[in-house]
Design a protein around this ligand. Structure first.
Ligand SMILES: NC(=O)c1ccc[n+]([C@@H]2O[C@H](COP(=O)([O-])OP(=O)(O)OC[C@H]3O[C@@H](n4cnc5c(N)ncnc54)[C@H](O)[C@@H]3O)[C@@H](O)[C@H]2O)c1
Length: 343
């Protein structure tokens, strides 16, 4: 499924290494678990299947490389988290409720999973002697700042409960590294927050009411409907193919020096407007006639988003490995194939 060869990029660093992927039944987590299995790691996926797909777990279990175990449980359940993380070297914490408008509707539910759940993961990692926790942070922490590109030194300006959850997660990751880690604490736990910018790719859920824009556009176009755009479509995003997020996680785990809870942008480094995206996708799916239908802007959405990637390169040697067009073609092809298989 990946557009790159993980073995060539990461060699045998993860061979036989026990790694936990929380949220591994979901979109990004399943790609990460798949890459780690291809690299010969021992994988434990912890997921409650509240938003992920059982089919992703079955596909991982049947890959026939590395060793795979699925813990069906919630990050809100301390015992399940302890069981999954016991004996692990690395934790890739991807589990979360991930919708901006969803969090505006249900802030308490989002708090319980995204903040309390993240603390449970950190506590379990600390108790289990984990070397490093990688956290799926979000570019939503930047809020609607006019300044582009977004650099990690800018203030956190959360515009939604989801963004606040993710910012709180970053703060916890830093605090745990400093309190219980190699960077000044009393233990060996290291942590890092990877601020993802609009990750897309095969397996991203197109069926949720809060589906990410590329997944939602693909579903609409393949069903002969006009894609729905919230606002005037001139909002821009740094759309990032999922292999880039996987690569960043693997680089972060491999980093020699402690990362001490640093926050690092992970993106493609290019701004594309939602209108451009819609016309690209309509052309690729041979439906240029399906022009967007415009609706009111959504609460909590930001206008522009583009990452500065200097810190990612400095700290973990990250540069995007798959560009926007190549990633979009592969993704559109995957949605087309899924659609054909379903009819
Ligand atoms: N997709 C993006 O563009 C993007 C951008 C920024 C940050 N992120 C973050 O990356 C991570 C992965 O996102 P995704 O797009 O793959 O989402 P996803 O919904 O496909 O995956 C999340 C997974 O977490 C699981 N999960 C939810 N609540 C859980 C709980 N209480 N216990 C255990 N598992 C639980 C879900 O079942 C699902 O499998 C999330 O933390 C998200 O906030 C994603």
């Amino acid at each position: 499924m990946a557009l790159c060869d993980w073995k060539t990029l990461h060699g045998d660093v993860f061979t036989g290494c026990r790694c936990v992927v929380t949220g591994g039944a979901g979109f990004i987590g399943s790609h990460l678990a798949e890459a780690l299995l291809q690299l010969g790691a021992e994988i434990v996926v912890l997921d409650d299947l509240s938003r992920g797909d059982r089919g992703n777990v079955d596909a991982l279990a049947s890959m026939g490389v590395g060793a795979f175990r699925f813990v069906h449980g919630s990050i809100t359940d301390e015992a399940a988290v302890d069981e999954a993380i016991d004996g692990a070297a690395f934790v890739f914490h991807q589990a979360a409720w991930g919708s901006v408008p969803g969090s505006v509707d249900d802030p308490a539910g989002y708090f319980a999973v995204n903040e309390r759940g993240t603390m449970n993961v950190l506590q379990a990692a600390r108790n289990a002697g984990v070397a490093r926790v990688m956290f799926a942070a979000s570019s939503s922490a930047y809020g609607d700042t006019e300044v582009l590109p977004k650099v990690e030194t800018m203030p956190v300006l959360a515009r939604s409960p989801y963004a606040a959850n993710k910012a709180a997660g970053e703060a916890m990751l830093r605090a745990w590294a400093n309190s219980y880690g190699a960077t000044g604490g009393r233990g060996d736990l290291d942590t890092v927050s990877l601020r993802y910018f609009n990750i897309f790719g095969p397996r991203q859920n197109a069926n949720s009411a809060y589906a990410a824009v590329i997944a939602a556009f693909a579903k609409a176009l393949l069903n002969g409907r006009r894609p729905v755009v919230f606002g005037d479509g001139e909002q821009s995003r740094d759309f990032t193919f999922v292999d880039n997020a996987v690569h960043a996680n693997l680089l972060a785990a491999r980093a020699d020096a402690p990362l001490g809870g640093e926050v690092i942008n992970i993106a493609c480094g290019r701004a594309v407007t939602v209108n451009e995206l819609a016309s690209h996708m309509a052309a690729q799916l041979d439906r240029p006639d399906l022009v967007p239908e415009y609706r009111d802007e959504r609460a909590g959405d930001v206008k522009h988003s583009l990452a500065d990637l200097g810190k990612a390169e400095r700290l973990i040697g990250y540069r995007p490995i798959v560009g926007f067009e190549a990633g979009l073609s592969a993704t559109v092809a995957w949605y087309r194939q899924q659609h054909a298989a379903a009819v």
